[in-house]
Design a protein around this ligand. Sequence first.
Ligand code: ADP
Length: 580
Amino acid sequence: MRAELRRIADDAARRAGFRVCEIEVLRGDGLLELVAITGAPHAASTPGSSHTLSPVWQVLQEGTRYGDFVFLAEEDMDAHLQEAIGSYGYVPPALELPDPDRWRPLDMLVAPLTDGSGRTRALLHLDEPLSGHRPRAEQLLDISTHLELVLQAVLATVDRDELTRRARLDETARAIVRAASERLGAGELLARVQPELVAGFRARSVALMLDEPPDEPGKAPASSAQLPASLRPAVEAATRRAWQSRTVIIADPGRVWGDDSLEQEHLQDLTDHLLAHDARELLLVPVGAGHESTGVLVVVRDDQEDRWTEGESQAALGVGHDLGRALLSTRAHEREQQLIDQLQRLDEYRQQLIATVSHELKNPLGLIVGHVEMLEAVPGLPKAAATSVHALGRGTSRLTSLVDNLLLLSRISNPDIPVVGLPVDLGSVLTQVVEDESLRAERQGVTLRTSVSDASCRVTGEPEELRQVIANLVSNAVKYSRTGGSVTLCLEQRGDEVVFTCADNGLGISEEDREHLFTEFFRSTNAEALQRPGTGLGLAIVWRIVSRHGGRTEVETQLGHGTTFRVALPAAGALGDHEG
Ligand code: ADP
């Protein structure tokens, strides 16, 4: 852009008959940057230098308009403006002409270049007419007509440059969004987007300062460490304000744009840092999404680079937003992962606790059972003592079955204990369970109906575990039936599976309870069901055993009408047959 504007400036000076032509581009926040100068002695004014817009603005207000140009004569400026213009851009030496129309050092002839939306984007100055005389009104109008296309070329060049800069930052924003979709940790995310940030901001370095440092120091994003300690207070002070006003703060040596308090309090720190690093600009770009700020990007830019523009600031806010959103979702993901880990550890602890406690109960319980049996066999026990011994017997057998269930549950929940793969004929298992249950069913007035298909119903697995599955389902069906009810048991091979169905027309289960049926220790919320003794372990055991045998457990139920449990296990020899 600079080379092109330099050529345009040469051309403009030649066409207008002036020695010097300067082109300034308006950057963010009322800052003018000299981007091209022709015809001036080398040391007079260097491209890259900058000043505020306000003196020229006053000239534009007070001067006389000639087409695209405005002229203000030195003697028409007040002392204040003369002083400002005296240190502004190139000031030619005074001419030794006696002519009252001679060109004076502070005379200003400038064309403001405004884009389609009315925004002033650049200024073109002409200085030192070759004739040494101030052009007359008609000459000024002529100059304006002659330079019309030249001025358009300046605007087009500045526009194209702006678009290129924005496109670069848009590419950075896209790279951030792409990286965010990969669910990386915060550190990895920043390492991944760091080169894109440096390229997008045309920066020497980009550091991210987080509002909330990561929990684990090891996970700190690599770049935050790069910020020198002397700059931290300044950056911290500015971060909150940059976020609140959603602005990019720009610091030059000796000047801060966009944050007056920062200028008052920390200008020296910022200037020292920039000078020490031979850097031109420091940008503070707020990072965050929605209402949540996550930090600030500290961008240090080189002396060789063009100045930052207003359009770039807008695009940079977009980058800050996308980065903020990516960091917030990374943070949420990390928290979710931590919670999952915590829950897993808690679950392991719980299982360990159950296993240990049930093991510890097993021995004293065995002792009690032995002694109760011994006491029951003592002849001639007084009646009251015999009643107590029977009560003890019933209590200990309930306790034994609870402990047995807990031990079984902890064994089948342990992934380190594999299923032993023995051939099991589920038909005979069912017959045996029905035999065991028939007495209780009869006592409760519940009819048991069994239908076993002729085809073999063999599966591979652990015989005792599979017996437990069928026993638990049948005993529940009987237990949760009403007098006069019936339980239908059916065993058949369907395709590659052996399917056991246990259907009753008993109490049924509510919709809410159904979701928790297979959770350990869950007991129904239904008062009628709760009257029947139970521990809430039976179905949890069924579900785990069936799962570890590669099968599935399903339930259909309607409160007040009955329940059907269905267990499907891979048939022995079937494809995908479960092997321990
Ligand atoms: P429990 O020892 O309480 O029977 P389970 O794990 O075997 O424990 O069953 C959990 C709950 O599921 C029971 O409390 C009961 O409310 C309900 N339930 C299980 N089977 C049936 C069934 N066949 N009919 C109605 N409710 C049942």
